[in-house]
Design a protein around this ligand. Structure first.
Ligand code: SAM
Length: 236
């Protein structure tokens, strides 16, 4: 049995009761980084064998799969949030499903859901792009294509590249494109920056050092109500 176990994205109190129960009762914990997971397990007084799961090493995937096929109950975790969401895990899940192993995915912390809920801009569709490619041209193409779907677009970004990413969004979609930057979610310095792509790039660019993890939500400019009402419905 394979359990996918989300872990906190900053606040240890966000671990769920069920996640703790699974971590306590599993035979082994498969981790992105065993040292980081050991810190989490020790905090909750859990002593459990941990094994590194390396998505890019077929031998690592095979070893984990063998343990599951041998009847072991394994809990898959990543360094933070939900495994398989811009994190390792999907390959093992795919192979486990194909091998007929039971997979259970626990609900829990994930930065994309947390940021989108707090943004207050949609309760419906959105496009999640995760981390964009390093090459500006490729990233710009993806942003433009996703934005053309008329939904908010969500990207993950590190503090080292967030200003460059905001500049790229401004260049690709326009300086005045509304953006919400959710920083350090669930942590002491949680912050919500609401502005335009160019404005936020300037604001963060002024800092000597940008710190913290970011979720960027690219919104659409508000449409005048009257125009919306008069829009012809293509289906009637
Ligand atoms: N699996 C994780 C999830 O479910 O959200 C994502 C892991 S990904 C390697 C790390 C990225 O998630 C960060 O670079 C940042 O964009 C986002 N992230 C993680 N924790 C965050 C936090 N506390 N506040 C804002 N963004 C966060």
């Amino acid at each position: 049995m394979l359990y996918i176990v989300p872990t906190p994205i900053g606040n240890l109190q966000d671990i769920t009761l069920r996640a703790l129960e699974v971590l306590k009762t599993a035979d082994a914990v498969l981790c992105e980084d065993t040292r980081r997971t050991q810190i989490l397990l020790s905090h909750f007084g859990i002593s459990k064998p941990t094994y590194r799961y390396n998505e890019n090493d077929p031998r690592s995937v095979a070893r984990c799969l063998e343990a599951l096929k041998g009847g072991k109950t394994c809990a898959l975790v990543s360094d933070c949030g939900t495994p398989c969401i811009s994190d390792p895990g999907w390959r093992l899940v795919k192979e486990a499903v194909e091998a007929g192993i039971k997979v259970s995915s626990l609900p829990g912390p994930s930065a994309v859901a947390c940021a989108l809920a707090g943004a207050g801009i949609t309760g419906g569709a959105f496009t999640f792009l995760g981390f964009l490619p390093r090459k500006a041209g490729k990233a710009a193409k993806l942003i433009a294509a996703a934005y053309a779907l008329n939904h908010p677009v969500v990207v993950y970004e590190s503090p080292y590249r967030v200003v460059k990413m905001l500049e790229l969004i401004a260049k690709t979609l326009g300086d005045d494109t509304p953006v919400i930057a959710a920083r350090e979610l669930s942590k002491v310095y949680e912050e919500w920056l609401r502005g335009t792509a160019a404005g936020l790039a300037r604001e963060l660019g002024k800092k000597s050092k940008v710190q913290g993890e970011f979720v960027l939500i690219i919104d659409r400019p508000a449409e005048p109500e009257r125009e919306k009402e008069n829009e012809p419905d293509p289906y009637f």
